[in-house]
Design a binder for this molecule. Sequence first.
Ligand SMILES: [Zn+2]
Length: 224
Amino acid sequence: MSLDRPAGARLPVAPRDYRDAAACPADAPVVVHRPSRAEAEKAVRTLIEWAGDDPDREGLIDTPKRVVAAYEEFFAGYQDDPEDILRRTFEEVDGYDEMVLLRDIRLESHCEHHMVPIVGKAHVAYLPNNRVVGISKLARVVELYAKRLQIQEKLTAQVANTINTVLEPKGVAVVVEAAHQCMTTRGVRKPGVTMVTSRMLGAFRTCSDTRKEFLSMIQSGRAG
Ligand SMILES: [Zn+2]
């Protein structure tokens, strides 16, 4: 227990399990005070000094600026609401009710424990229920959640839950395979290890044939 925390105060706890994460609202956490750009750059300068280098030497003089600009890209996912992205759907589907699958979506995220990259891919499928969405929108939902501080389990659940909530399909399946640099370049140092997480909803959860079809579709065309 931390001593500087008043008795009874509750720490915000990140969900560690996708089942818990599923109960969390899809919206981004509320930021009470957003520091200025100058404050953010100053913080980077402090980290450079802490690492043991001189932030005023030539090679590093503009680094705080560059790092903050990079952070703007890495964490751009806080600016938009993923549910909004999916709200423009097409209802005219001519009776198409087979699986829609977007495979091998490039995924670049950052782990919320070490703020280092998580790089991999996501596969997203759903079974339409009279409504379909442009496939680029599915990729965009993955991107919006990825460009936040994340744990892979939560990211996987958020993508599935958002599609489920907005499209109300007969089922949603999301599989994420990714390597975590906090594991490959530090700590236990296990390069080549990927983590696989999945979230199956509706027919993908209740019907093993549907789930098998999805899993074989994401494997097909791949060397052993
Ligand atoms: Zn980490």
